[in-house]
Design a protein around this ligand. Structure first.
Ligand SMILES: [Zn+2]
Length: 91
C-alpha cells in the first residue's frame, strides 16, 4: 500500500518536471511549429515576473497556447522578439 502511494507520487513529479520545460507545438499566430516556453521559463528569459508574462499574454504581445492539462505556454518566437526590445528598454 505504502509502496503504491510512493510510486504515484514519483510519477506525478516526473510529469510536473516535463511540463515545466519547453514544448514544440503549432502557433496559430506564427502559423508554424514553434518552441513554446513555460511561463516560468519565459519570465526568466525576459527577466520579468511571471505576472508580467501573464499580462503580456493577455495583451497579445506574446502568443500563447494552453495544454490539455491547463498549463500555459508562450510562443518562443514572440518571446525572442520581445527579449530584444526588453534588452534596450529594460522593461
Ligand atoms: Zn507565435
Amino acid at each position: 500500500m505504502k509502496t503504491v502511494i510512493k510510486f504515484e507520487k514519483h510519477e506525478l513529479t516526473i510529469i510536473r518536471v516535463r511540463r515545466s520545460q519547453t514544448v514544440t507545438v503549432f502557433c496559430a499566430v506564427c502559423r508554424e511549429k514553434v518552441l513554446h516556453l513555460s511561463v516560468t521559463r519565459a519570465s526568466a528569459a525576459l527577466g520579468v515576473s511571471e505576472t508580467a508574462v501573464f499580462r503580456l499574454v493577455e495583451s497579445g504581445t506574446v502568443h500563447s497556447m494552453e495544454t490539455a492539462s491547463g498549463a500555459l505556454f508562450v510562443c518562443g518566437n514572440s518571446v525572442s522578439v520581445l527579449a530584444k526590445q526588453v534588452g534596450s528598454e529594460n522593461l
